[in-house]
Design a protein. Sequence first.
Length: 204
Amino acid sequence: MPPPTPSAGVIRSLRHFISRPYCLSSPLSTSSKRTFSLLCRTPHTTPPLRRKLTSVQYIYPPSSLSSPSRKFSSTPYQNATLNQVRRGCRKGKRARKTTSPALVGRPQMKGVCLKTGITKPKKPNSGERKTARIRLTNGAVVTGYIPGEGHNIQQHSVVLIRGGRAQDCPGVRYHLVRGALDLSGVGNRITSRSKYGTKKPKSA
């Protein structure tokens, strides 16, 4: 015996129900069954949309399918209230103090040598550190460390200085650049030649 054919009103209601997206929250919920039976009873005057149910995206909204899980924290972040802001709870970060203030934000600066000297390092180090007093082009007078073994600068020599302190010499916050202007590079240097202004030796 063939199954009974549904009436035209039921078929129209079913088509309209299927063509409506996001109408079901879950396929087996009681609310969806109640809505389905109501739609079957009440015929709609509007013409149904010719659209078929091809995938799950018509039943479940995308937000419910790919919704990220909410992060939970036992100590939530509290924003400052308006009264707290008015009282001055927000304070800016303290600016970092520069280690070479005489350069005024420049990488190097030219200067004239006033005199050369020798500084004793702090304990437990010992020895003699070659230093020079330099008058910069902006008028500041600073003490610079002369790296490497031996140097050829004297009074009125034009030198180039950069930032960087000598760790065991108090008050020495600048380095003289070897191989620039009147200060020659270190001779007979094999390793770290670029730091001391030494040219590459000619191969035999």
